[in-house]
Design a protein around this ligand. Structure first.
Ligand SMILES: *Cc1c(COP(=O)(O)O)cnc(C)c1O
Length: 360
């Protein structure tokens, strides 16, 4: 069977075992005589999948009891708008740390809806570092502070998170959710489109502290109000049942790997392999991210010229390495090495990169 080394940035690699299990259960799900996609979202069979996915995420990620886990639609991008709609009242200011394109987009949505402030930014240096957390000082009347925990396009990642006292910290974790152990209680809300580390596109995971939900104005349209989804256990309308099912299989896989701490360890090894290759290339490969801000999920780098970059990508493709072109906005190369990318793919990539360097 043909399988490539998949370094796509999102949608991205899924664990092989998950795909196989989905295939086995595809046509006749749990002896129902139907595919999961054909079942009612109110059926007993689907309900078990839904409840298990929520319970497993809570357990694996150590989510405290005063948090809700929601499965929404509209991607992380809809959260950019829902956050200010629900949490930014007219007297308050939405605070944003700008660390890349996704933070900019989150800010742009909030600007349409209320008052905002940029409280830290690394834009002036092409987002190649994460600002010091001690410089993250909220404004008076801050409604919340929003950060992007991993910058998928620039390849930077927050190594630690700020303590903001009473001010809610909200994080877009689309590209590093479940990639390492975190202290959930530092955050009032975490959200992530599933298609990088959790499963297929179509479902967005929201982990939100109950506290944050108490002052949501009732004027918000039903489907855009977090309370609607909390009250209905993410079943107010038809949820993306198939995406949630695959997500639940991914969670089973995470458990089988030894949980989030085991995944974190292997992610660190995977990233170190590639960063070491960059660092030991005598300047042939230049990493974009500064040391200390490097992402363990998206490794971004450039080659000495456009021409070499083209050759590199073409030869990589021929050898079965997929998805290594950098994002169209910054160019260069990017290896996305999410949870499901096996270490063998990273080893193979490093071998190819060393060969390529020697040849040129
Ligand atoms: C991919 C990505 C998004 C966009 O997610 P959608 O689900 O496509 O809306 C937002 N933020 C980050 C950090 C991402 O990596």
């Amino acid at each position: 069977m043909k399988r490539v080394h998949n370094f796509n940035a999102g949608p991205a690699a899924l664990p092989f075992d998950v795909l196989k299990r989905a295939q086995e259960e595809f046509i006749n799900f749990k002896d129902s005589g139907m595919a999961l996609m054909e079942l009612s979202h109110r059926s007993k069979e689907y309900d078990q999948v839904h409840e298990k996915a929520i319970a497993d995420l809570k357990e694996l990620y150590h989510i405290p009891n005063d948090y809700e886990v929601l499965f929404l639609q509209g991607g992380a991008s809809l959260q950019f708008a829902m956050i200010p709609m629900n949490f930014l009242s007219s007297e308050k200011v939405g605070n944003y740390s700008l660390t890349g394109s996704w933070s900019e987009k989150a800010l742009a949505e909030a600007e349409k809806l209320g008052k905002t402030a940029i409280i830290s930014s690394s834009k002036e240096s092409k987002y190649n570092y994460i600002p010091n957390i001690n410089e993250l000082i909220p404004t008076d009347d801050a409604a919340y502070v929003h950060i992007t925990s991993n910058n998928t396009i620039y390849g930077t990642q927050w190594a630690e998170y700020p303590d903001l006292g009473d001010i809610p910290l909200i994080a877009d974790m689309s590209s590093d959710i479940l990639s390492k152990e975190i202290d959930i209680s530092k955050f009032s809300m975490i959200y992530a489109g599933a298609q990088k580390n959790l499963g297929p596109s179509g479902v967005t995971v929201v982990i939100v502290k109950k506290d944050l939900l108490k002052d949501i104005p009732s004027s918000i349209p039903t489907l855009l109000n977090y309370q609607t989804h909390v009250k209905n256990n993410s079943l107010y309308n038809t949820p993306p049942t198939f995406s949630i099912y695959i997500l639940s299989l991914v969670l089973d896989w995470v458990r089988a790997q030894g949980g989030v701490s085991a995944i974190e360890k292997i992610n660190h090894e995977k990233a170190s392999l590639i960063y070491n290759c960059l660092d030991e290339s005598n300047g042939f490969y230049t990493p974009h991210a500064q040391v200390g801000s490097r992402s363990n999920m998206n490794v971004t780098f450039t080659l000495p010229s456009e021409e070499l970059t083209k050759d590199f990508l073409a030869q990589a493709k021929e050898l079965g390495f997929v998805g290594l072109a950098g994002h169209r906005s910054i160019g260069g190369c990017r290896a996305s090495i999410y949870n499901a990318v096996p270490i063998e793919s990273c080893e193979a990539l490093v071998a190819f990169m060393n060969d390529f360097k020697t040849k040129y």
